[in-house]
Ligand binder design. Structure first.
Ligand code: ZN
Length: 385
């Protein structure tokens, strides 16, 4: 009898245990499931204060560091004393490391941009101020976590130009990628921020495509938008060291494309980067056009404007082979010409990754892993290219 009762109790206990584990399992699964947002969307403190609509703009002014931002439609500013950048965290929700100031001043410029042995790579182009869509793509493909921190380990992230203009969240994107660049370095990964025609336009005071929000910000600061990215500004100084051409493994990255004319002229990758950084940015249109080689680089056959891979009178495969030979590459990867999704021409010799993120509705990122290319969609799917 005693035996029977204890067996009875054990059986009940076993049932209770099985039942409770069954009923709790789905709940814990749901919590772990990264795809169970969107409630997670606002968990990050990064730029989450509604009253602040723009900034931070950080300037080096007469041996002082000055931070400016727009709050409730008014200009606010603060001089930073003794490297105390806590205000950035209070207002913008991320830690600004004081050593970033020194590093930004002393970082050397790398005209030669060749990287090999990269196993995981993600590239995105022509984001044009569409911060929310960019966050979604980077989160879905595990470049960042829900706090927007780098979780891509030793991976390389390529921002293929045209962060500026059109959209209204350019500042947020620039700080996001600046911060990711620092975090990636610590993890053995890398962020490549490359210049597109819209970076060149803004830095050279061509403000035709600037969102009205930024014209207002500049007005409130009694200046023009390009001055918010002057060589005395933190982000302006950073951007002025960025390349136009980067080669990773056998992939030649360039915002718009390299044309046969550029090759005939005999430019090397490092010469092109050097010309843009030292002879085109901050120089008047007149002085650039006076030099035929600079005029070619800056113009419609140059690397930030060329559309010859997509236009009606498209480049031939033979010409593409010539370009690949010249740059010792197997793929040329470009943005600039907007398509509904990522496209491949001539069996992936040309890959176009401007997937119309600028419209803010949908878009894709290029993923390279296990030696294959994939289109990464905004719902996290992978489609083999
Ligand atoms: Zn472009």
């Amino acid at each position: 009898m005693k035996n029977f009762i204890s067996r009875y109790i054990y059986t009940i206990l076993a049932f209770v245990f099985i039942f409770s584990s069954l009923s709790f399992k789905p709940l814990s699964n749901k919590d772990d499931n990264i795809n169970s947002e969107p409630s997670e969307k606002f968990e990050s403190t990064f730029f989450n204060k509604k009253s602040i609509t723009d900034g931070p703009y950080i300037f080096y002014e007469n041996d002082e560091i000055l931070v400016k931002w727009i709050q409730n439609n008014h200009l606010k500013e603060k001089v930073i004393h003794e490297n105390n950048f806590k205000i950035i965290n209070r207002k913008f929700g991320f830690d600004f490391e004081p050593n970033w100031i020194v590093q930004n001043n002393t970082d050397s410029i790398n005209y030669i941009q060749n990287y090999t042995g990269v196993e995981n790579l993600i590239a995105v182009s022509d984001v044009h101020g569409q911060y929310n869509l960019l966050i979604k793509l980077l989160r879905k493909h595990k470049v960042i976590d829900k706090h927007y921190n780098w979780i891509f380990d030793k991976g390389h992230l390529v921002i293929l130009g045209d962060v500026f203009d059109r959209g209204s969240k350019v500042t947020e994107i620039l700080w996001l990628i600046y911060r990711l660049e620092q975090q990636a370095k610590e993890k053995g990964g890398m962020v490549h921020v490359m210049l597109g025609n819209h970076e060149l336009m803004v830095l050279n005071n061509d403000l035709r495509y600037v969102h009205e929000k930024y014209t207002q910000s500049a007005n409130l600061m009694s200046t023009t938008f390009n001055q918010l990215y002057s060589s005395n500004s933190f982000l302006g100084k950073w951007l002025r060291k960025k390349p136009v051409l980067v080669k990773i493994n056998d992939m030649q990255f360039v915002h718009a494309g390299v044309s046969p004319k550029i090759v005939r002229y005999g430019f090397t990758q490092s010469e092109i980067n050097e010309c843009f950084i030292n002879k085109i940015i901050d120089k008047s249109k007149k002085s650039v056009l006076a030099d035929s080689s600079l005029a070619l680089l800056r113009g419609k056959d140059g690397p930030v404007w060329y559309r010859g891979y997509f236009s009606e009178s498209k480049i031939t495969e033979q010409e593409v082979n010539g370009l690949l030979n010249y740059f010792d590459a197997k793929h040329i990867i470009v943005g600039h010409t907007s398509m509904p999704n990522i496209v491949s021409y001539y069996d992936k010799k040309i890959i176009g990754i401007d997937s119309s993120i600028k419209n803010g509705d949908s878009g894709e990122i290029l993923i390279f892993k296990n030696n294959e290319f994939y289109r990464g969609t905004s719902n996290g799917a992978l489609i083999k290219l």
